[in-house]
Design a binder for this molecule. Sequence first.
Ligand SMILES: Cc1ncc(COP(=O)(O)O)c(C=O)c1O
Length: 393
Amino acid sequence: MLERLRQVAAARRELDELGIDPFGIPIERVYAPTEGQVNGRRTILAGTNNYLGLTFDPECLAAARDALEREGTGTTGSRMANGTYPGHLALEREFAEFYGRRYAIVFSTGYQANLGVLGTLAAPGEVALIDADSHASIYDGCRLGGADIIRFRHNSAEDLEKRLRRLGERARGALVVVEGLYSMLGDRAPLTDIAEVKRRHGAYLAVDEAHSLGVFGEQGRGVSEEAGVEADVDFVVGTFSKSLGATGGFCVSDRKELSLLRYASRPYIFTAAPSPSVVASTRVALRSIRERPGLRARLWSNARRLYAALQEMGYRLGPEPSPVIAVVLESKTQALDTWRGLLERGVYVNLMLPPATPNGVSLLRCSMSAAHTPEQIDAISKAFAEIREAAPA
Ligand SMILES: Cc1ncc(COP(=O)(O)O)c(C=O)c1O
């Protein structure tokens, strides 16, 4: 039984030799959304998902503090038992309103939102067609449900079409699951084409907008809004843990069956409801997406600035500028060296190695925030430039 864990140790040996754990590095102090202390050094945080920089937003903090004082530190119970407070219901109403949908349901994490929604919809006898680069929670949700899982080529509406066609009668009512923005390479799903294919075959479509809420679309509703295909999206899933700066997950839909998840979904029922302070700050953050489009504009200006600078230096990047900027390196060793070099220069980004990455690539994932200052973006660029100069690819 323990042999499985010993295999993990073997896989980690080369990382252990570094003397620093890239996958468990503590942020020793947090000064601001984009600044902390790592390895005793003041460091720019460019590897978070704090897209709108709201984790220290004064209004979010005040709402959280107030809820903490009024309702305590935790709910200590499931939504189905003692864990539903007025804040949970208000947040569900506000998610529904924000997306212009009839129903919304809140979960304790985004991971659980996918487990809860997909684990219930993708039941035995059903078919789930999922993008090959899907997040683990999408795989796990479909596996939990017990549906037949078919992977289609990443971002290929053509391959999806082919696989639906092969299903014959079973295509009608099959569930297609994609993400809005993919978090490894920072590329968007071709939702116009996917929606067209889904419509033609009479399938359902679920879009996980985890990384795109607050980032894309005129109102910040995500890639589905930007592509103008919201009417084709049957279920939108998302998280509080990125643009909303907290912890939790949600699903919205016009399908009244969504509400029945409350009685059928184990990841909804058998876990404690989000803490009151989390719900309170999330409500304010959601309002900020609506009312403060300037945050989105700043985020995009930062993203474009860094993407252009890295491109100019000759780094190999993800296919398009977005708040997730992937720097693809030649090898694991080069990725590790670059990651460490950045850290020594006071810049933290995410190191991503296979098997967690698409197509076995090694990459550094820089994620931008509306809270990064132009000076911070320039400091990140400078660190990358110095490393490039020291060891040109
Ligand atoms: C696409 C996608 N879905 C779901 C999740 C899970 O979100 P949470 O952190 O709220 O569990 C993530 C988080 O990394 C994600 O990238």
